[in-house]
Write a protein that binds this ligand. Structure first.
Ligand SMILES: [Zn+2]
Ligand SMILES: [Zn+2]
Length: 120
């Protein structure tokens, strides 16, 4: 009988337009392969209480077709800055500025490892 609880994690991200936080729900669809399927408003204080800032996801990473995009600006992809901040991304722009550390950078490889570290 197959009755696995889905392995779900929530990571914290930040909107590159407004700088506001949001949560991203990820589900491990096959071992080591994660799909983002939901994004939602959440306050930093509440996220801290839930421990979302400590969540780490490693493996392959993609987006479900139902992923709604950033709840603040609608961009439907994500990138991770070298400062570890995850930021919404339109999936297209070559240049992104990080709302956390202010670094402007080029997008390199797709996000394959996500980790959150807003509090630093
Ligand atoms: Zn956004
Ligand atoms: Zn940064």
């Amino acid at each position: 009988m197959i009755n696995n609880m889905p392995n779900v994690k929530v990571l914290m991200a930040r909107c590159s337009s407004t700088g506001e936080s949001f949560g991203v729900r990820l589900e491990e669809v096959t071992p080591g392969a994660w799909l983002a399927d939901w994004a939602f408003h959440i306050k930093d204080a509440q996220a801290r209480k839930e421990g979302y800032h400590e969540n780490v996801v490693t493996g392959e990473f993609g987006f479900a077709s139902k992923y709604p995009g950033c709840p603040h600006c609608g961009r439907d992809s994500l990138v991770r800055c070298r400062c570890e901040e995850i930021t919404c991304w339109d999936g297209d722009s070559r240049n992104v500025s990080c709302p956390s550390c202010g670094r402007k950078g080029k997008i390199g490889t797709p996000v394959t490892k996500l980790k959150t570290d807003i509090d630093r």
